[in-house]
Design a protein around this ligand. Sequence first.
Ligand code: HEC
Ligand code: HEC
Length: 464
Amino acid sequence: MLEAKALAAANSGKLDPYHQVQTLGELEIFDPNLSVNSNIACSYCHDPMAGYANGVSILSVFTGGSNPGSVPITVSGAYPNSRIAKRNPQSYTYATYYPPLHYNQSQADFYGGNFWDGRASGYRLQNSSAHQAQGPPLDTQEMANQDSACVVWKLSQSAYKSFFETVWGADSLEIAWPSNVATICSTPAGAASLGGNTTPVQLSTSDRTLSNKDFDEFAQAIASYEGSDSVSPFTSKFDYYLAGSATLTTQEHNGYDLFRGKGSCNTCHLDGRSSTLLGGSDTGQAASLQPLFTDTTYNNLGLPKNVRLPWYSEDTPDQWGFTANPLGFGFTDLGMGLFLDGYYGAPPDLSWGVLEPKFDGKFQTSTARNAAQVPYAGFVKAYMHNGYLTSLKEVVHFYNTRDVYPYNVLSGHCPEGTIEKVTCWPMPEDPNNENLTIGKLGLSPEEEDDIVAFLGTLVDGYKP
Ligand code: HEC
Ligand code: HEC
């Protein structure tokens, strides 16, 4: 067990400062007690064996990869029977390499940030992934704590309390907790009984300040672990190929040439080379020997609505009087547009709001690294923000033929004689700002397979 090993390392007193912070983050990421019902850890939705994305095959098929959160729904006859998020869990490998979100004036584009929609901008701690790590603990659909002080209280009860204080300072977790802290902290976020109060744990002003500081440091340690050699190690076959100590097979090499050529993949998933889409040839050295396979921007690929997301059914109050998605099936995932439009509260830079129309429908360009990692052969992995695509072959076929087989229908309603995802692509969930560099790439079925083979070289843990 990773947790037991991490705890033993923490207690050994032998870790240098660099590894202390990372190990603390590891302990936090694997700790289910940090959720309201002490039942789910971060790692529950981000399985190391699945490239730190959803690790439950059947969920990829039926929920777009979305995992049930901490809070069961006990209302009779309810579907889903747990609160569950609206999107597919993103891998957090290389997430720490996305800089704090910023708007580039000359490119008129956003760079950086975490989450599919960039809302973890990292503006306050200047760290997107630390900002991100403060999201799930308080998200009603995930770990569902109502107050960040509940997370800190749980840290103060944990087996690694003193290790936290070794890293962040003696007495960091010495806070005078009110006698009802356990009751409040077992009440899920969004419960009507809490009346919308986001700080129901009564603390003195100085203890509240200390708790807020602890919550920042909790998050910074998580970011440190996500950027560590355990999670983001740059050890794929492709990395060894760049270092001159591995050779790509003929198929992988063909795939690579298509990735940076006819497929135009590296115009967004940067590989450190130039793109030869327009018929040039690139024989030079790679410009980056640590390529991230993302440009950290946001794009609308025109993915169809995934009608299987349980989110669309979360339109009535649960037993806590909380309704996650009042719009039901009428909800449209505008990606970055939701964030800029104030769905999560005003964006931190108030001048961003007016940019919304240009960013509707856009989602974070994932790193292509580790997309191919699965726990076992035959495992179904969900791809993209809504998990609509369920294999890399489908992913590449979508890029290749989106505009060859477009149909003005919802998923499940492809016309007779066509096959959905093969010779029929349902209409985009949001047609605004659709990216037109992809959609009709003219790749043969073999060329699609070659690109899939190349993606396999981007999985970490290769032994040269
Ligand atoms: C119930 C499932 C669930 C749990 C628990 C969960 N996540 Fe996630 N995670 C998701 C989903 C879904 C997304 C995408 C959400 C979105 O974009 O709105 C996500 C996104 C992320 C990202 C963004 C990656 C990127 O490239 O931008 C990171 C990092 C991450 N999670 C880390 C964590 C950490 C750390 C925790 C625990 C503190 C955690 N997650 C707990 C489901 C979960
Ligand atoms: C215009 C920019 C762009 C181009 C070109 C592009 N991608 Fe993507 N890619 C994205 C974005 C944006 C996402 C996430 C989209 C979403 O979820 O809505 C993504 C997601 C992916 C994912 C899924 C990652 C995951 O974990 O779910 C893979 C794999 C991928 N791309 C591979 C490719 C390949 C292979 C090509 C070339 C055939 C390609 N991409 C071309 C922008 C691009």
